[in-house]
Design a protein around this ligand. Structure first.
Ligand code: FES
Length: 205
């Protein structure tokens, strides 16, 4: 019985398993690959850290590498993100979302969704870095959600949507859904403030 419930939780698609077992575009530092822009998010202390490097040619991501210390879902998600981003324009890549990545993986178990949210943020940070290093204006920065929980890459927009839909109306529900505040915990106060703000804005009665 116990064994069956363990197996029931271990529900990963073949695509997730493939990307976990054979991750694409891993950054092997011995390879001598040089990035035009680098982005890092998360923190090692929290067990999830992500680094993404990009090369850019003709306004498109011509090549990409990444490193993470995350779990199987984080590895599969970042591998998929790297495959999706390669060949995209900077504009397209900046708008890549965790949902697009998990959809391409054929889904992730609900409690693993939060493992997929660092890759796109690290990619955005790499694009920011590239534009800054090359002295180009950045039309994207500030147009996309702000990260509120750095350890788990949870943004104000995610929190807003979950409160707006009525799916998460308590701190505990938000934390269970997104993983926010489950590592260092320093974001807790800010998340509670935002939760109260959005509940006030979207209160139905
Ligand atoms: S910033 Fe560390 S748990 Fe949110």
């Amino acid at each position: 019985m116990e064994n069956r419930s363990f197996m029931a939780q271990w529900v990963y698609t073949d695509t997730v398993k493939d990307h976990f077992m054979n991750p694409r575009n891993i950054w092997d530092e011995k390879e001598g690959w040089k990035a035009d822009g680098v982005g890092e998010v998360g923190s090692l202390a929290c067990g999830d850290q992500m680094r993404v490097g990009i090369q850019v040619a003709d306004g498109k991501i011509s090549d990409i590498r990444w490193l993470t210390y995350g779990c199987a879902s984080a590895i599969a998600s970042t591998s998929m993100m790297s495959e999706l981003a390669k060949g995209m324009t900077l504009d397209e890549a900046y708008h890549l979302t965790p949902q697009m990545i998990t959809d391409s993986l054929g889904g992730l178990p609900e409690h693993k969704f939060h493992c997929s949210v660092l890759g796109d943020k690290a990619l955005r940070a790499a694009i920011d870095d590239y534009l800054e290093k090359t002295g180009q204006p950045n039309p994207y920065k500030g147009t996309i959600a702000r990260i509120i929980c750095e350890c788990k890459g949870v943004t104000d927009v995610q929190i807003e949507e979950l409160v707006k839909s009525g799916e998460c109306l308590t701190f505990e529900a938000l934390s269970a859904k997104t993983g926010c505040s489950t590592a260092c915990g320093k974001c807790r106060g800010r998340i509670i403030e935002l939760l109260e703000d959005y509940k006030h804005i979207y209160a139905k009665d």
